[in-house]
Design a protein around this ligand. Structure first.
Ligand code: GDP
Length: 192
């Protein structure tokens, strides 16, 4: 299920925002309950207790990827039915998107496809990085979406794919490193 080669396990640093000067906005999308907040909090390094509550729903952190620092601002603000304004805003503001479903919930997987279509519509001619994430890979017995189905969906939707387990911290770091690489790839090709 590992779609990316694993990086070193401790390259997430909590150093401020000294980097190439860019702060990349990453938006988490997906049904309620699929694990967006859990993934965001692992990224932010604020999993439990008052720290987690104080963090609100945006997580700002610098990570070192391939020897270079990058700053990400991760937004866990998606609520599909809350307000039309908010969903439109989410679809417009991101530099990259993480579309999360739960491998134990087929409906959330179908929802992920809808979100991909919505995103394509909102950002028509833009080539924004999108990662499809099948979370809760630890729940083997209640799995409803296979790795192959997830991967096939990502091929159809022309985006990256990874399975994660927020519960086991499996692949969570790879996910965020992958986002940085995707952003850089596009930036580099624009500069050439
Ligand atoms: P959100 O609504 O998408 O933000 O989802 P949450 O992060 O609040 O997670 C919903 C529930 O699923 C919580 O009870 C989490 O503890 C649980 N959960 C999240 N990720 C995982 C995972 O990878 N494995 C398991 N077993 N449970 C998870």
């Amino acid at each position: 299920s590992d779609c990316w080669a694993s990086g070193s396990s401790d390259s997430i640093t909590s150093s401020g925002s000294e980097s190439d000067g860019h702060l990349y906005k990453v938006i988490l999308l997906g049904e309620r309950g699929v694990g967006k907040t859990s993934l965001a909090r692992i990224f932010g390094g604020v999993e439990d207790g008052p720290e987690a509550e104080a963090a609100g729903n945006t997580y700002d952190r610098s990570i070192v990827v391939d020897g270079e620092e990058a700053s990400l601002m991760v937004f866990d603000i998606w609520e599909q039915d809350e307000s039309q304004w908010l969903s439109n805003h989410c679809m417009k503001m991101g530099d990259a998107y993480v579309i999360v479903y739960s491998v134990t919930d087929k409906v959330s997987f179908e929802k992920a496809s809808e979100l991909r279509i919505q995103l394509r519509r909102a950002r028509q001619s833009e080539d924004i990085p999108i990662i499809l994430v099948g979370n809760k890979s630890d729940l083997v017995r209640s799995r409803e979406v296979s790795v192959d189905e997830g991967r096939a969906c990502a091929v159809v939707f022309d985006c990256k794919f990874i399975e994660t387990s927020a519960a086991l911290h499996h692949n969570v770091q790879d996910l965020f490193e992958g986002i940085v690489r995707q952003i850089r790839l596009r930036k580099d090709s624009k500069e050439d």
